[in-house]
Design a protein. Structure first.
Length: 93
C-alpha cells in the first residue's frame, strides 16, 4: 500500500514550471486519500488560467501510478490558492 510519505516525496520533487518551487511547498495539494489500490488527490493551481495545469496533472498522475496504484486527481479552485507569508517571502513579493 502507498504511504503518505511516498506521495509527499512525489509532490516535494515536482516543481511548478512557472515558479520553480515544488507543489507541496507551494501548498497546491489540498487533500490525499489513500486506499488499498487507489489514491485520490485534491489539488489546485496557482491560478485558474495556469497554462501548465493539465500537464502537471498528467505528470503527477503518472508518477503516482508508478507506485502500482490507480491515481485520481481532482482540481479545485475552492478555496483559491493564496501563498503563505513565508512563501511570499521566498518569492520576493
Amino acid at each position: 500500500m502507498v504511504t503518505t510519505e511516498e506521495l509527499m516525496d512525489i509532490f516535494k520533487n515536482y516543481l511548478d514550471p512557472e515558479l520553480g518551487i515544488d507543489v507541496w511547498t507551494l501548498g497546491l495539494i489540498y487533500k490525499m486519500d489513500i486506499q488499498e489500490k487507489q489514491v485520490k488527490v485534491l489539488l489546485t493551481f496557482t491560478s485558474p488560467m495556469c497554462p501548465y495545469g493539465p500537464q502537471m496533472v498528467l505528470d503527477l498522475k503518472e508518477q503516482i501510478e508508478k507506485l502500482s496504484v490507480k491515481a485520481e486527481l481532482e482540481v479545485t479552485f475552492d478555496p483559491p490558492w493564496k501563498p503563505s507569508d513565508e512563501l511570499r517571502e521566498m518569492l520576493g513579493v
